[in-house]
Design a protein around this ligand. Structure first.
Ligand SMILES: Cc1ncc(COP(=O)(O)O)c(C=O)c1O
Length: 393
């Protein structure tokens, strides 16, 4: 058994790991998809960096951060996804990166089409609809079949590519925040390429829990945050543009602080959260020390499978992600089949079972309850969820 597989089920290892995090007493948090926790050492380092920047102010920032330390940090971020530093521009979060890529993509002609599906993040949907108003393109909105399979997802896209020959650009979400479905990115991007469609990948939930190689996936444009599964302070993200495609994304709104050949011109020039950025080296050191996305993803999948296997035996529970290991990760949504109001069930899970979850709507398959274990979640927490589902179903 490979190390990560054995470690994923080793509760005593994860208890020791969890001891490095401060957790407020209260409900069992099964809504770790919003953002991740920082370890105690990261919090302390962040506090030190806030004090440092407050004391040294622009003297440190202008003399050292801009010319040297900030560049080293960007290079470390690029190493996370194994791309050159010059292919990465730091942003405040995934949304900023995605919006920059969408609004500055310069290959659209009026009358052409762009594609989104029901599972995209609302900010991405909004940005693509904005393109319609400002570039004179048409937005094609498709829905995925439920239950989804590798083939159904690919077929839905292939059908859209055939049906809408004026498609030039599409959004694709690596891990959807609605149901946790993991998209077969490589196969979809290959089909898109055959039809001359560019892909902007929303990687917000992928980084830190999935292993991937953007070149292998065939992705030229992507955006990420570092505050979900990497464990960084809030307000950190980045966008990626394959160097040979840089000229397809314009500088952001006439941005001129960097030359046109510099990816940093693709984001608004602004004062970043420097203390948070300075904390990144320690965040990344801890991320790698614990095995990176491979180890984190394996643990999250293990916890997910504990409750999902039990839920499959319960007649009143629909699990919304398939069991094909290519299509799921730690986040998975479900619904109580006999209940119309899933929000009421979220409240019941909290009030009667001390379980904190979140309702998600917007997927064509209907409203659901998203269950997201985190790295401090235990097998006992999952047992509590199984008890709740068994009694409520
Ligand atoms: C799929 C997806 N895309 C984009 C985002 C936006 O990420 P951020 O909050 O870093 O802007 C989120 C946040 O939850 C998300 O789940």
């Amino acid at each position: 058994m490979p190390d990560n597989t054995r470690r994923a089920r080793d509760e005593s290892f994860w208890r020791t790991f969890a001891d490095r995090y401060d957790v407020q007493p209260g409900p069992i948090n099964l809504e770790n998809g919003y953002f991740g926790r920082m370890s105690r050492t990261v919090v302390e380092e962040y506090q030190r960096n806030i004090e440092l920047i407050n004391r040294s102010n622009s003297v440190y920032v202008r003399q050292r951060f801009e010319a040297s330390d900030g560049l080293k940090i960007r290079a470390q971020v690029a190493e996370l996804i194994d791309v050159p530093a010059e292919a990465v521009a730091l942003t405040r979060n995934a949304s900023d990166g995605l919006q920059s890529l969408i609004r500055n993509y310069n290959r659209l002609q009026p009358g052409e089409q762009v594609l989104i599906c029901d599972l995209e993040y609302d900010t991405v949907k909004g940005a693509m609809r904005w393109l319609a108003r400002h570039r004179g393109v048409e937005v094609i909105e498709i829905e995925h079949r439920h239950p989804a399979s590798f083939d159904s997802l690919l077929t839905t896209y292939r059908d859209a590519f055939e049906r809408y020959p004026r498609l030039r650009l599409m959004a694709l979400t690596h891990v959807t925040h609605r149901t946790g479905l993991v998209m077969p990115v490589q196969a979809i991007a290959a089909a898109a390429r055959e039809h001359g469609v560019d892909v902007i990948l929303d990687g917000a939930h992928a980084l830190g829990q999935l292993e991937f190689d953007l070149e292998e996936l065939g992705i030229a444009f992507a955006a990420y945050n570092l505050h979900k599964w990497v464990g960084a302070p809030l307000t950190l993200g980045f966008l990626y543009i394959a160097p040979e495609r840089l000229s397809d994304i314009d500088p952001d709104m006439g941005e001129m602080h960097f030359p046109i050949t510099d990816i940093r011109a693709r984001t608004p020039y602004s004062t970043p959260n420097i203390p948070a950025l300075l904390t990144l080296p320690l965040v990344l050191e801890e991320h790698w020390a614990m095995g990176g996305a491979a180890a984190k993803g394996m643990r999250l999948n293990y916890l997910r499978n504990l409750w999902v296997r039990a839920a499959h035996e319960l007649p009143g529970i629909d699990v919304l992600t398939p069991d094909d290991p290519r299509l799921y990760c730690g986040i998975t949504s479900m619904r109580f089949a006999a209940h119309n109001d899933q929000q009421l069930m979220v409240e019941q899970l909290l009030n009667d079972y001390n379980l904190f979850t979140v309702m998600r709507s917007g997927a064509a398959c209907g409203p659901c309850i998203r269950i997201t274990p985190g790295l401090t979640t235990t097998a006992a927490d999952m047992a509590q969820l199984i008890t709740a589902l068994t009694e409520l179903s």
